[in-house]
Design a protein around this ligand. Sequence first.
Ligand SMILES: [Zn+2]
Length: 106
Amino acid sequence: MSAAEQAWENAGKQQHAYFLALRIERAAWLRRTRETLWDRWGGHCAICSCELPISHMTIDHICPKRHGGSDEIHNLRPLCKRCHEELNWHDQCLGALLLSWIVAHA
Ligand SMILES: [Zn+2]
């Protein structure tokens, strides 16, 4: 194997290790965040206050990421699946309404 090929292979391995580390870090962050949120809200949904087993908890961005919301703990809240789905639905509805208004008034 030439030096160039060796270097190419090493770079590939390093990149692989880098992405693996990123994924592990992300998974660890998610687990920590879930536990912190669940603790903070006493194991309840932030909207309907139903009792929420941590395995059923979903994480909601109060200010959505596409609007510049962060992954910081103060921008996150625990929701049950039903509330999260309803919220997403309203969000999409509002988006569609806004779009049709813009189109109608353009
Ligand atoms: Zn709920």
